[in-house]
Design a protein around this ligand. Structure first.
Ligand code: NAD
Length: 547
């Protein structure tokens, strides 16, 4: 493969590696680079999340995979192939550890120091564990949250409901499409017109306006007709939201994905055009931060006022509440974070982001598996609605892939069916994987494990055990990372991948891994005292719980 951009994942049935198990890892590595934000720096996504430490390291990893036998295991340490050891056929083919530091040294300062010495790299979540599938993951995750809001508050759907949000950037840009797929009408306020234009160009947002009244009437009219739509309103949330309140707009749901976590680079203060904010950032960063935080207080106050007037309001992991509180607004935490409110109940049932990649590059393989998953779980309306919308509106990026959230039991059933189809020759080999954001695989006190019932937010034993268990159960790749989307020292998380190559041995590995992986999440949540998880743990005979 090329060791300079543009990178491309190999397609077809001819392999560069000894088996589909080593070939799968090889193709996923190049698929990450094919989808990379900055391939010239090997950066896949999330600012600095890399696939390999350097171009030389990429070449060495590729060479190591090309000779990796099915009774050997390759060790990859922060983007560098270190050694291949003899192991056995059911052991992982590849073990990865990225960005991990001894806790006392787990700070950005120490990390950057070590990175500058060429000793480590930032792996993000799926960047350094080679399981990134492009923007489909974030669209699906956002949809899953919006669908959960519909199920919890509005008889199962957002149809006929209006959603107000802010920010149409890298991740936030998925919101209008996600709301539409969930059936709702989305009004998204974005300060930078070019960012709104990008979302409109790719079909993630339908309309754009500078006129507040027009934006409101687009979503209200659509909601009244029960139609899904989306509109980008060009403006600043710290100003528009107060005005929307004054004019009596009553959105059913309110959230936000401006980059409020970063008062300097992520949030544009009220009273400044984006260009003026750029200048202020350069000339007087402290003033920019102060102005941004003051605006965040207004923004957050508006969200609390929407909640007071009856809207469902939740924080979308951007720390708007924390910033507003630091700037003196005591009521900032009046509304909940999205994980605690909507994602954790799914985690308690072992439900999480199951994803699969057609390794030969044949799009028909995804069509077959799309049919399979909807046949198997047709009663799950959230799932069937997603698969239909994804087929219509979410283009493949790199190797054809699909993601959908599946629960404990469902994952094993579906993965085994995929392997059956590979065996019968109906489809080519498939890599089955997931995000690190999942039920048993992450400890992240500011996000996935915020506010655990028993206070165990920062306990990182669980993702480490999850990784060890997946390796013991027969996963083909297992990864342990530090940092992810929240930063060095703030999270520990694990990834995994299993190859469905149609063999009987793969049946066994799949059965064990897709029991163990979500099962460890059930156990984690049962241990924290969540009743749903306790019930599943007690009723299943798939594992024995001692805790
Ligand atoms: P981004 O920086 O790419 O986009 C932020 C957008 O907000 C930009 O388009 C910017 O122009 C706009 N913006 C900034 N200030 C504004 C203001 N005052 N009014 C209106 N628009 C404004 O960031 P992103 O990748 O889209 O992520 C957004 C935020 O959401 C981040 O803080 C991220 O951490 C958070 N997030 C968290 C999760 C999670 O917890 N899993 C998931 C998605 C996003």
């Amino acid at each position: 493969m090329s060791s300079t951009p543009p990178y491309e994942a190999p397609r077809g049935t001819e392999r560069a590696c000894p088996s589909w198990r080593s070939e799968a890892v090889y193709r996923l590595l190049y698929n990450n680079l094919e989808n990379a934000e900055r391939p010239e720096d090997l950066v896949v996504y999330g600012g600095t999340g890399k696939a390999a430490r350097s171009v030389e390291d990429l070449e060495t990893i590729a060479r190591a995979l090309q000779t990796l036998a099915d009774d050997e295991t390759l060790l990859v340490q922060s983007g560098r192939a270190q050694a291949t050891f003899p192991t056995h056929e059911d052991a992982p083919r590849v073990l990865i550890a990225n960005s991990n530091l001894v806790p006392r040294w787990s700070t950005w300062e120490d990390f950057h120091d070590l990175e500058d010495q060429g000793l480590t790299m930032y792996g993000q979540m799926t960047a350094g564990s080679w399981c990134y599938i492009g923007t489909q993951g974030i669209i699906q995750g956002t949809y899953e949250t919006m669908a959960a809001v519909g199920r919890r508050h509005f008889d199962g759907t957002l149809q006929g409901k209006t959603v107000l949000t802010g920010g149409l950037g890298g991740m936030g840009g998925a919101q209008p499409l996600a709301v539409e797929i969930a059936g709702g009408a989305c009004l998204a306020v974005e300060a930078v017109e070019a960012h709104a234009d990008e979302r409109i160009d790719v079909g993630y947002c339908q309309h754009k306006t500078h006129d507040l009244e027009e934006a409101v009437s687009i979503v209200e009219d659509a909601a009244e007709r029960g139609e899904a739509t989306s509109v980008a309103l060009i403006g600043n949330c710290a100003e528009t939201h107060a005005e929307l309140l004054d004019r009596g707009f009553e959105p059913d749901v309110v959230t936000d994905q401006t980059s409020a976590h970063d008062a300097l680079a992520g949030y544009i203060p009220a009273g400044y055009t984006p260009e003026e904010a750029d200048r202020l950032r350069e000339e007087d960063p402290a003033k920019h931060e102060e102005a941004a935080r003051a605006s965040m207080v207004d923004h957050c106050q508006a969200l609390v006022a929407f909640q007071d007037q009856g809207s469902v309001v939740f924080d979308y992991g951007n720390n708007l509440r924390g910033q507003a509180q630091d700037a003196g607004y005591d009521e900032a935490f009046a509304y909940p974070g999205f994980v605690k409110a909507y994602v954790r109940p799914m985690f308690c049932q072992g439900r999480g982001p199951f994803r699969w990649v057609a390794l030969t590059g044949d799009e028909d393989d995804i069509a077959v598996t799309d049919d399979l998953v909807t046949d198997l779980f047709g009663e799950d309306e959230t799932l069937t609605r997603w698969i239909e919308a994804a087929q219509e509106r979410v283009p493949f990026e790199g190797l054809p892939a699909r993601v959908c959230w599946l629960g404990f039991g469902q994952r094993e059933t579906f993965a085994r069916e995929i392997n059956d189809r590979v065996r019968s020759g109906e489809i080519g080999p498939v890599a089955i994987t997931r995000d690190h954001l999942d039920t048993g695989s992450v400890a992240s006190p500011y996000r996935e494990t915020e506010g655990m019932k028993d206070g165990s937010d920062a306990i990182a034993d669980w993702p480490l055990l999850n990784a060890l268990l997946n390796a013991s159960a027969g996963a083909d790749m297992v990864a342990i990372h530090n940092g992810g989307g929240v930063g060095i020292g703030l999270s520990t998380h694990a990834g995994m991948m299993v190859v469905a190559d149609g063999t009987a041995d793969a049946d066994d590995r799949i059965a064990n891994v897709f029991n163990a992986d979500p099962g460890s999440g059930i156990v984690r949540h049962a241990d924290a005292g969540y009743e749903d998880a306790e019930e599943i743990a007690e009723s299943t005979d798939a594992f024995d719980r001692w805790g």
